[in-house]
Design a protein around this ligand. Structure first.
Ligand code: FAD
Ligand code: MG
Length: 354
């Protein structure tokens, strides 16, 4: 597993360095953290911005150490190796309960027990990419069943032969824990980017909402090539897509989001799914929800995703931006006045209402 010990300071321009008083309106700290095999950027504002930014980094490193399936001493590694764990810490207990709930809610489109299938394709980190045979996939699919994971107090037991992969939910959990830190340190505004998981906290220093670009999946190599931009305040925005982690073989592209019903990379007509939800209270676990739903709705496809949103997203509980393979961007009504299409992208904009 790639493990990056070093982090890079991008901006550390603090007035305290000059010996003068800290201006709470302009003080900021920005650090890049390389963790969970992705580049993360934490920017906090306010008098306590340096301490808050490093506390956010601690959250990420702590969760990576516990939840990675490739780090030998992590809880998840030990659970996968033994099939059971008796000294479950609070984070893993919470995340497993959430994962079980979202597995049920999404009809199994989100399922952390898809781990053996993810590994077979080589997407677990460290292994070679490969296209498994259908026989192998059929055999592994028998192990995929989120309802077989039993959490009881500090004990968790997987079903026989099962293993779990928290790659589709752990960064969302990190964003929730970071929200807690921002509130604890009374950070007035922050922009947290955890590789496709954004937490836009407060507003920008000029009083306008944070602008969160949604990558155009068709122009991944180009800088600032967006399908559109969301204007967000106190919100999570999580994107899942098949355009960043993939391989090509025999002229076909295989990406990392697996449809637990087939064992193959999801082929649902969507190029990316962004889920947004309010970031208000740490106990809402909305960052975790956005992460689980972005993966699940990518698996479901446009029609089922919108149906899912109509049933559960009412009143802004969560909202969606769907980028489709046939050149459309579908935005649900809670984001209608907060999304601006990038005119150079060539997409057609569609609105979805309840
Ligand atoms: P998401 O859509 O949020 O998640 C997709 C990922 O979830 C897939 O990569 C797969 O792991 C899993 N998944 C696929 N289909 C489903 C499904 N239907 N339901 C549930 N889960 C599914 N990568 C490395 O290469 N090396 C590492 O050492 C490494 N360490 C990591 C440690 C931690 C704690 C975490 C959280 C991630 C780590 N990763 C590592 C990255 C990880 O494997 C994924 O690439 C990443 O989490 C994908 O996130 P995403 O937001 O792009 O996509
Ligand atoms: Mg996800």
């Amino acid at each position: 597993m790639k493990r990056f010990a070093a982090y890079v300071f991008l901006l550390a321009l603090l007035l305290t360095g000059c010996g003068g008083p800290v201006d709470p309106d302009t003080a900021q700290e920005s650090i890049q953290v390389l963790a969970m095999d992705t580049a993360m950027l934490i920017t906090t504002y306010g008098e306590r911005s340096p301490a808050a930014a490093y506390a956010c980094e601690d959250v990420i490193r702590d969760l990576e150490a516990k939840l990675s399936r490739t780090l030998e001493n992590s809880e998840v590694f030990r659970l996968n190796a033994a099939g059971t764990l008796e000294d479950l810490e609070a984070e893993l207990r919470t995340i497993l309960s959430q994962a079980g709930y979202y597995c049920q809610e999404t009809g199994g489109a989100f399922d952390v027990t898809v781990a053996p299938v993810v590994s077979a394709w080589g997407f677990a980190g460290g292994d070679e990419y490969r296209v498994p045979s259908q026989e192998e996939l059929d055999r592994l699919l028998e192990l995929v069943d989120g309802s077989a994971v039993k959490v009881n107090g500090q004990t968790v037991a997987l079903g026989p032969g099962q293993s779990i992969d928290l790659g589709a939910i752990a960064k969302g959990c990190a964003a929730d824990r970071i929200l807690e830190v921002l509130q604890e340190y009374e950070v007035p505004r922050a922009n947290i980017s955890l590789g496709g998981n954004v937490l836009a906290w407060g507003d920008r220093p000029d009083g306008t909402p944070w602008r969160v670009g949604i990558q155009d999946p068709a122009r991944v190599g180009e800088p600032n090539a967006f399908a559109g931009v969301l204007e967000l305040t106190d919100a999570f925005a999580v994107t899942s897509g098949g355009y960043q982690r993939y391989f090509e073989q025999g002229g076909k592209t295989y990406h990392h989001i697996i449809d637990p019903a087939t064992g193959h990379p999801a082929d649902s007509g969507l190029r990316s799914v962004t889920v947004t939800a309010p970031a208000a209270r740490k106990d809402d676990w909305n960052g975790t929800m956005c992460d689980a739903f972005s993966t699940a709705l990518f698996v479901m496809g446009e029609e089922k995703a919108l149906e899912f949103w109509r049933e559960r997203g009412a009143g802004g509980t969560f909202d969606l931006v769907l980028v489709t393979e046939d050149g459309r961007v579908v935005v649900t009504e809670g984001l209608a006045d907060r999304f601006t299409l990038d005119e150079t992208s060539g997409y057609a904009l569609e609105a979805a209402s309840q």
